[in-house]
Design a protein around this ligand. Structure first.
Ligand SMILES: *Cc1c(COP(=O)(O)O)cnc(C)c1O
Length: 400
């Protein structure tokens, strides 16, 4: 019996060592990692630049709290500001905290303008924003809310994809629209550029803030630094995490100066957020992601991956319903139960990936994945479908 909370349906598999896109289990087995600790290990495992940055930081000051100036955090914040729409950054330890900060920033902005009742946020079904009380309310998934008392008030959920429905839902209390440009957990759904542009236009027309959750789809994963760049729009507030620390717990909320100015001393805080260790690693991650050509290469490999997945869908139409996603946030909606299929890939083909909603296999390799790794993954997926075929034929024979 484990001493831990039973909140996760854990596998017994435990890893000892990692190298790039490979993980090595305690029994020596080698796995192809298209899971990346849920889109976190952006630079794969054991990246020397990250390892050295963490070691060097560990020899200095680990933690001071945000009572003092943290030079590495100042530097990371400035680099994020220089590379994005944002003018100011708040660092957190996780994605949910980054979204919490985004929600608080949006509400506080209208409060400061004297519009104290304007706190309602339009969000979307199929979204995932984290597991705190605020972010389960923002996500609106009834199974995550059940049993935890009254949900945090002020979220209205719409089915995504219909701009008229959003326009109709905007009222005097609406302060913001919150969306993941590519829904991750919900089923790897990438929204078209026109839809994102339409949401931006509605925000502009009604004086609302556009809040993007790029915790999963940001940081290079779709082949742009942030996924909203594909639609040419910018948000007012954006939550970032997962890839930002390459495996070290780190998140960030980015905002324009206009909005961030409401977050004055006393409005928000975090003991650890952006501490010296986390910020040192964050800077090392950024060195790699913003190096010339890095994101362009993610775009190229992502397109190659999408092409291979479409071929796979044509080869196994009995199992693949459709291909989804953007760049290296890819998915295939399949007909067999996805959880079983993910276990099968892991145990029979030594490939790690993760299920998403709507029976989608989510394929989220480290951003350093090569053409050969992609081909290996496609081979393993094909082998898994072929094995399903063989089993179906055998049981058909047995039944016949
Ligand atoms: C993972 C995720 C979160 C929550 O991040 P945590 O670090 O688990 O708190 C929020 N939003 C999106 C889109 C995510 O994928």
């Amino acid at each position: 019996m484990s001493a831990l909370y039973g909140t996760y349906a854990r596998s017994e598999l435990a890893f000892e060592r990692g190298e790039g896109v490979r993980l090595f289990a305690q029994d020596g087995r080698r796995y192809l990692d298209f899971h990346s600790g849920i889109a976190v290990n952006a630079l794969g495992h054991g990246d020397p630049h990250l390892v050295n940055a963490l070691k060097a930081a560990a020899e200095k000051v680990w933690h001071t709290s945000n009572t003092f100036t943290i030079p590495e955090q100042e530097r990371l914040g400035q680099r994020l500001v220089d590379a994005t729409f944002a003018d100011a950054v708040f660092f957190t330890n996780s994605g949910a905290e980054a979204v919490e900060c985004a929600i608080k920033t949006a509400r506080r902005y209208f409060y400061d303008k004297g519009e104290k009742d304007r706190y309602e946020i339009i969000a979307f079904t199929g979204s995932f924003h984290g597991r705190t009380l605020g972010t389960i309310a923002a996500g609106g998934n009834p199974s995550y809310l059940e049993g935890f008392g009254p949900p945090v008030e002020g979220f209205k959920h719409l089915k995504p994809g219909n701009l008229e429905a959003v326009a109709a839902a905007i009222g005097p209390r609406t302060c913001a629209i919150l969306i993941e440009p590519v829904q991750g957990e919900g089923g790897v759904t990438a929204f078209p550029a026109e839809y994102m542009q339409g949401l931006r236009a509605l925000c502009d027309a009604h004086g609302l803030l556009l809040v993007l959750d790029e915790v999963q789809c940001g940081y290079g994963r779709t082949g742009r630094f942030f996924a909203h760049e594909w639609s040419g729009i910018t948000p007012d507030i954006m939550a970032v995490a997962k890839g930002i620390g390459g495996g070290f717990p780190l998140g960030a909320c980015l905002a324009t100066a206009e909005v961030a100015k409401s977050m004055v001393p006393g409005t928000h805080g975090s003991t650890y957020g952006g501490n010296p260790l986390a910020s040192a690693v964050g800077n090392a991650v950024l060195d790699r992601i913003l190096a010339p050509g890095f994101i362009a290469e993610v775009d190229r490999v992502g397109q190659l991956f999408a092409w291979h997945l479409r071929q796979l869908a044509q080869r196994f139409p009995q199992y693949v319903v459709e291909t989804r996603g953007k760049g290296l946030l890819a998915g295939i909606k399949i007909t067999p139960p996805v959880k079983d299929f993910v276990v099968r890939l892991r145990d029979d083909h030594q490939m790690l990936c993760i299920a998403a909603g709507d029976n989608v296999v989510r394929l989220i390799p480290p951003l350093v994945v090569t053409d050969a790794d992609i081909e290996e993954a496609i081979g393993k997926l094909a082998d898994a479908f072929t094995a399903l075929d063989a089993e179906a034929a055998a049981s058909g024979k047995a039944a016949g």
